[in-house]
Design a protein around this ligand. Structure first.
Ligand SMILES: [Zn+2]
Length: 243
């Protein structure tokens, strides 16, 4: 283990450009469990009478906005993860000039709020919201504080968060730019997710640099495809790096 950490440190120190992918385990570190977590999915289905995939979908948002917002405020905004120790390490890497960019699937801007400067939130952000009619922007607090469906102060239109719901296309320009970051990376550090991740697989596949490094909690059958694998929670590994 210690030898692997030393190896990772050396790879990162010598890397001209490092891109970090942050998966769901990074959000769990802050106390937020995604809908892929079975017990959470079950609890939500019990409470709302629909699965998280149905609730967090464009169809549900369009047809039952009131119920959507009940779920969204309670299960997402009120359950917001805390800032994490891992975020601090990534920000320190950034300050040391050792972090090219972060590509993250959490919608809570965790890396950005930790102080990383170049962050791609490929599933959107709960902090950005806009009126569907006049496009006026609203902060997250406005959504949180609204009774029922949040409505625009100016025109009364319905406000929606800039997140990608199930059934919606992701921002292809954003994805293309993030993909280009991966293509120029010398080291791709994959934290808290797996090679078979639906979200990250295309990014990992387009990596052509020197070292693919994976840090995750559970050993996987295809781990051997990476140049370095450390099976542990990312926070334990990041805490041992010197930046
Ligand atoms: Zn408006």
């Amino acid at each position: 283990m210690e030898r692997k950490i030393q190896l990772l440190q050396r790879m990162l120190d010598e890397s001209r450009y490092t891109v970090v992918l942050c998966g769901l385990e990074m959000t769990e570190e802050g106390g937020y469990y995604s809908f892929k977590n079975q017990s959470r999915a079950y609890e939500i289905e019990e409470q709302y009478g629909a699965s998280p995939e149905e609730l967090y979908s464009s169809r549900y948002f369009n047809t039952r906005p009131e119920k959507f917002y009940e779920f969204y405020k309670q299960e997402i905004l009120e359950a917001m993860p805390a800032m994490t120790a891992s975020g601090k390490v990534l920000a320190a890497m950034d300050r040391a000039g050792k972090l090219g960019c972060v590509i993250s699937e959490n919608i809570f801007d965790l890396s950005l709020r930790s102080g990383c400067r170049n962050v791609f939130g490929i599933r959107g952000s709960v902090f950005r919201n806009y009126c569907l009619w006049c496009k006026q922007e609203y902060p997250m607090e406005y959504i949180k504080g609204a009774k029922g469906i949040p409505r625009c102060e100016k025109c009364g239109g319905m406000i929606r968060p800039r997140v990608f719901l199930y059934g919606e296309q992701v921002d292809s320009q954003l994805v293309t730019r993030a993909m280009m970051e991966v293509e120029q990376a010398e080291v791709l550090l994959v934290l808290g997710t797996y090679l078979n991740s639906e979200v990250f697989y295309p990014y990992i596949r387009s990596f052509q640099g020197k070292y693919l490094v994976m840090v995750h909690e559970f050993e996987q059958y295809d781990d051997y495809k990476a140049d370095l694998v450390i099976v542990d929670e990312p926070k334990n590994v990041l805490a041992k790096l010197q930046f």
